[in-house]
Design a protein around this ligand. Structure first.
Ligand code: GUN
Length: 295
């Protein structure tokens, strides 16, 4: 392998250590940042994400208010819980784990979160502020990607970044952040998706590839320009009888082969994954500072 591995796990630990100090300084002033977490139903992946989020809060001293609601929870009940958290001064950030059950209107729930507590950065007010380059809560996974690029010395200014995937959670916001006139931005950005005609042709032009398609082996070695930086946002469960859980995680990139061509690459697991929760902690600390006139 020739590529340098970008260890998201290490970068995430570094940022968490910085946040832990900030939390300790806030607690010394009588301010404990608080995160309200809502999980509806018991999807195994969502349950494990939510558990990891709560554990991460505890580790750095953030108060977490854990709400696990049954799959039959009505939209009215969920909206009432969100309203309660909007009004609760102990809660600086509200996280409603997605996806929600089909009978609930996801957009309506996200709209109901007070934008000043929207630490996921999914409320249209925060999305709009991000797009026009105003200070906003940035969505955690794409913001984690930008932090990884910055902290591993990847120059985005003037680079051609090709984003594969156009979700509201990753593809669209990461493309937007990369194009902003700021540090970690100033890239020329191409967004590819399921209707793109010549995916390989576009990816071959990239200095930076952001793979966020949600499909294993979307990015193969023949599609990567020698020396490109490859960030794999994919988290795909593949059946694996040799594992106790019965599955293993793979990204969207054919890691072993692409690592022979790229200059830097993120692994799965241990790459972008740990950054998502870290940026949630970051936003929660930021929100607590803002609520107390400290930011
Ligand atoms: N589901 C998958 N990713 C996310 C995320 O970043 N936040 C929330 N709330 N739900 C998710």
């Amino acid at each position: 392998m020739t590529a340098e591995i970008i260890h998201g796990k290490q970068i995430a630990q570094d940022i968490r250590a910085e946040l832990q100090q900030e939390v300790a300084a806030l607690v010394a002033k009588g301010i404990r940042p608080g995160l309200g977490v809502i999980l509806v139903g018991s999807d195994p992946a969502s349950t494990s994400y939510v558990t990891a989020k709560e554990k991460a809060c505890e580790e750095i001293g953030i108060y977490s208010d854990d709400n696990r609601l049954p799959a039959e929870t009505t939209q009215e009940e969920l909206l009432a819980k969100v309203a309660e958290m909007n009004a609760d001064p102990k809660i600086n950030g509200i996280l409603v784990q997605l996806p929600l059950p089909k009978h609930i209107d996801e957009a309506a729930v996200l709209m109901a979160i007070d934008p000043s507590k929207d630490v996921d950065g999914f409320h249209p007010v925060n999305v709009g502020k991000m797009v026009v380059g105003e200070k906003a809560f940035l969505p955690c996974t794409p913001h984690g990607v930008i932090q990884m690029l910055l902290r591993s010395g990847v120059e985005t200014s003037g680079a051609h970044a090709v984003v594969v995937g156009r979700s509201n959670i990753v593809g669209k916001p990461v493309a937007n952040m990369l194009v902003q006139k700021q540090k970690g931005g100033d890239a020329t950005v191409t967004v590819c998706h399921t209707r793109t005609r010549d995916l390989a042709g576009h990816v071959r032009q990239a200095d930076i590839v952001i793979a966020a398609a949600g499909r294993p082996n979307t990015i193969t070695a023949d599609m990567v320009k020698p020396g490109a930086v490859v960030i794999d946002v994919g988290v795909n469960r593949i059946e694996d009888a040799s594992k106790k859980s019965g599955f293993r995680l793979v990204g969207d990139v054919d890691f072993d082969a692409v690592a022979e061509v790229a200059s830097k690459i993120t692994p799965v697991p241990g790459g972008v994954g740990p950054m998502t929760i870290t940026m949630l902690l970051w936003n929660t600390v930021e929100s607590a500072k803002q609520a107390n006139g400290l930011a």
